[in-house]
Ligand binder design. Structure first.
Ligand SMILES: NC(=O)c1ccc[n+]([C@@H]2O[C@H](COP(=O)([O-])OP(=O)(O)OC[C@H]3O[C@@H](n4cnc5c(N)ncnc54)[C@H](O)[C@@H]3O)[C@@H](O)[C@H]2O)c1
Length: 321
């Protein structure tokens, strides 16, 4: 008798992001069963049917269905992608008041289901809500994280790829800190075809006139806002990112990604009780070892600024706990 590996992913939220994440997971055949839980049951049902209609042409069969909170109990991964529709021009932190009213009841239901898998927060402001989710669910720190700067890291690579007209996957490096205005690139960690990217740029200055590290970093930071201005919101980049995180977990890949995780005294970072993005090893157990980036003094100052911003916003919702 074959023992099937019944991996189950639950997605909470059927909006632009939830739908795109569901589609990316199904297209890549990452799990055995995908369950969609939505505020509007009809939308969840419709999304499940719509996704299932393409199964004949996909590489791997996935059972797709609408579900309810009880389905979280035996889920390996729950992705929370519900929240207020981000308004053009509004910062992620400005979404906090509306977001917490939506996300807190969701987290209570996930907790009450008996869920003991890996919880991925996508709703913004993602660092603040990941901290809140960790506190609200009582899950071990390894089992709760936010997509955080994984998307910003992918954006940085895309921009370097667009600038150099080379494959973005040749870039190794990370965006860290807040998924928001205070995020930054520790350039000493960024390498490209065998050397530091800073060195690559210096060596090829005449081929890329006007291109600077600061300019690339600012374009990375602004990219979400730019996309929102152009098409009203973002969905496919975050969907590919979350699918990548799900794959790393379910396939136990031990990839190293910059996700929003509890920082509690690791290395020189000198921060406690705050969720920020740093590169960590991700596998079937969730967040594993940290990487010691040996940040410079200037970079550590930026990291503490991110911590301060996130902590200040956490304090605004701490009385709900
Ligand atoms: N982390 C990232 O990088 C990233 C990127 C893009 C968007 N986001 C965030 O994802 C979230 C969703 O964005 P979107 O563009 O899909 O928005 P959307 O408006 O298209 O969808 C919002 C979803 O939230 C659900 N929802 C709204 N009110 C609810 C309630 N009271 N209870 C339960 N569910 C409720 C809706 O039913 C819908 O499924 C937002 O918080 C957004 O900021 C995060």
């Amino acid at each position: 008798m074959v023992t099937s590996n019944r991996s189950r992913v639950v997605i909470v939220g059927t909006g632009s992001v939830g739908s795109a994440v569901a589609s990316a997971i199904v297209q890549q055949g990452l799990c055995n069963e995908l369950v969609i839980v939505g505020h509007h049951p009809n939308k969840a049902q419709g999304l499940a049917m719509d996704l299932a209609d393409g199964l004949e042409f996909l590489g791997r069969f996935v059972t797709i269905r609408a579900g309810n909170w009880e389905d979280c109990r035996h889920a390996d991964v729950v992705v929370v992608a519900a929240g207020p529709k981000p308004k053009p021009g509004e910062t992620r932190m400005q979404e906090l008041g509306a977001a917490i009213d939506i996300v807190d009841p969701i987290l209570r239901r996930v907790r009450d289901s008996g869920f003991d898998g890996i919880l991925i927060m996508v709703s913004n402001p993602v660092d603040v809500l990941s901290w809140f989710a960790w506190k609200r669910t009582g899950l071990p720190r390894a089992q709760v994280f936010g997509s955080g700067a994984a998307l910003d890291t992918a954006r940085l690579k895309t921009i370097i790829g667009e600038t150099t007209r080379l494959d973005p996957r040749l870039v190794s490096g990370y965006v860290i800190g807040e998924h928001g205005d205070s995020q930054f690139v520790p350039w000493s960690t960024v390498s490209f075809i065998g050397k530091s990217f800073a060195q690559y740029l210096a060596d090829n200055h005449s081929r890329y006139p006007g291109v600077t590290l600061a300019g690339i970093e600012e374009s990375t930071r602004r990219r979400g806002l730019d996309i929102k201005g152009l098409r009203g919101g973002t969905s496919y980049g975050i969907a590919a990112t979350v699918a990548g995180l799900v794959r790393t977990i379910l396939w136990n890949e031990r990839s190293v990604v910059s996700v929003s995780t509890l920082i509690d005294g690791e290395y020189e970072y000198g921060e406690h009780d705050v969720f920020l993005s740093l590169p960590v090893a991700l596998d079937g157990g969730g967040v594993g070892d940290f990487v010691d980036l040996h940040l410079s003094g200037e970079e550590l100052v930026k990291f503490h600024v991110s911590a301060e911003v996130v902590r200040r916003h956490c304090s605004l919702i701490a009385d709900r706990l």
